[in-house]
Design a protein around this ligand. Structure first.
Ligand code: SF4
Ligand code: SF4
Length: 441
């Protein structure tokens, strides 16, 4: 086995809490009676409505079309009648249009969905077209439209395709279970991405706390004849971030404001690779995903495959409901996720987890003055000075914060986690970036 590697600067090691669900096989969520499907589930321009109130749709129909270069189609996972188009709040705090669909259990799939596709002879352009038509966005968190990421710009080339099997956020096991239970399909999906990007080699990065996933992927690669390398990584947060993963795997540093392709790499998540497999082989759009439902306030933490648009409430009920009143319900992981205040919040393409945390886990504390201990600076994987940035943002000096590299902030939360004064540093960074966006628009 290869030696474990990691990135060089900053990072933290929070308790991983993976045990709550790492041994739980993926279970299926029943179909809801009503789904609410947001038109913006990706980075970039929201998709434009392609249906209206009263329309009848089949599972797999496009209900909102990609709008602009960085955008993705939205498909309905279930058929039925569109009851209304209305704005809802998504976990990131934005209000976006969504289709509310009364599900008809007798409705059928859109005719192109779930038919076995011929994959061997497809050209990179044909594969990219399938990925675009199936509305695939990265499942690792950022939800960047995959057809844009996999099209390597002219003048650039991909030496290495890095597959992100890190899943460094505490509690989450969606990717871990996917690798254990679907390694063969995942590897086939990777082979299509390699064809699209023209990458010369493939490295699959997996943290050392997922030995079963490593074994499953290595076993499937040997059985299917793939020469992909599995790189074991030390457990370290935020290793799942593209820049940290590239550094951990290749030793290369992506420059400030640069992209992975600038250092000859393309990075994508294992969930995205599986979605590519399903799109190419089964013509299946991205309309469901695996979600880890966990946290100390959940009765039976588990990993659930759920359709986009399913309310969080149903997944929590499937996991036995709350064992005690949660202090906070979070969409995503505890480090980069967002607190939600409405259990009717729908599952989206980027929903990796739903966590119900008790007061003890949330560790709410009273913010006290900065004691200049420097822990936030030492923990920052981007080499920033979080305390200085926070004070600039607090005083409304957004341009000065930008000059101090605020836009390099990954919002990873390492600084907040390390701060003994409980200062809400990452929330400050988010606010500062949002104010800069507002100022430039
Ligand atoms: S949230 Fe931003 S400032 Fe804080 S540690 Fe992460 S990258 Fe650094
Ligand atoms: S970790 Fe908190 S207390 Fe320490 S320097 Fe940073 S902001 Fe100040």
């Amino acid at each position: 086995m290869l030696k474990q590697r990691t990135f060089r600067r900053g990072g933290i090691h929070p308790p991983d809490k993976k045990r709550l669900t790492e041994g739980q096989p993926i279970s299926l969520c029943p179909d809801p009676e009503v789904i609410t499907v947001p038109f913006s589930q990706h980075l970039g321009t929201p998709a434009s409505a392609a249906v209206s109130k009263g329309d009848v749709v089949n599972a797999g129909d496009i209900i909102a079309e990609a709008s602009g270069f960085i955008s993705a189609h939205i498909h309905t996972p279930l058929g039925g009648e569109v009851k209304e188009i209305r704005n809802i709040f998504i976990p990131a705090g934005f209000s976006v249009p969504a289709a509310v669909i009364a599900v008809d259990p007798g409705s059928s799939f859109q005719e192109s969905v779930l038919t076995e596709g011929e994959a061997e002879k497809l050209s990179p352009e044909e594969l990219l077209d399938i990925v675009k038509k199936c509305g695939i966005a990265g499942l690792g968190g950022a939800a960047f439209p995959a057809h844009v990421k996999f099209k390597v710009p002219k003048g650039k080339h991909a030496d290495v395709l890095i597959i992100n099997g890190v899943e460094c956020e505490p509690y989450l096991n969606a990717d871990n279970r996917l690798m254990i239970e679907h390694a063969g399909e995942l590897l086939e999906g990777i082979s299509y991405i390699q064809r699209m990007t023209g990458a010369k080699s493939v490295i699959i990065g997996i943290e050392a706390n997922k030995p079963d996933a490593m074994k499953a992927v290595e076993g499937a690669a040997a059985a299917q004849g793939y020469t992909y390398a599995v790189q074991p990584l030390k457990v370290m947060y935020p290793q799942g971030d593209e820049k940290q993963l590239i550094e951990a795997v290749t030793g290369k540093e992506v420059p400030s404001g640069g992209l992975p392709i600038d250092v000859g790499t393309v990075v994508t998540n294992v969930g995205t690779a599986f979605a590519v497999f399903e799109a190419v082989r089964r013509k299946k759009p991205l309309f469901e995903r695996i979600v880890t439902v966990s946290g100390e306030a959940v009765s039976r933490p588990m990993n659930i495959r759920a359709k986009v648009g399913t309310p969080f409430r149903m997944l929590i009920e499937q996991a036995g409901g709350f064992s005690e009143e949660p202090c906070k319900v979070v969409a995503g992981g505890p480090m980069m996720g967002f607190a939600v205040y409405d259990l009717d919040t729908p599952v989206m393409k980027g929903t990796s987890g739903i966590l119900a945390l008790t007061r003890k886990q949330v560790q709410e504390g009273v913010e006290t003055p900065c004691i200049s201990c420097g822990r936030c600076v030492r923990s920052c994987p981007m080499g920033l000075q979080p305390t200085r940035l926070y004070h600039l943002i607090d005083r409304g000096l957004y341009q000065e914060a930008k000059d101090a590299w605020l836009l390099d902030c990954k919002e990873c939360g390492c600084c907040s986690y390390s701060c003994p004064a409980k200062i809400h540093l990452v929330q400050g960074m988010r606010l500062g970036k949002r104010m800069l966006r507002n100022l430039s628009s």
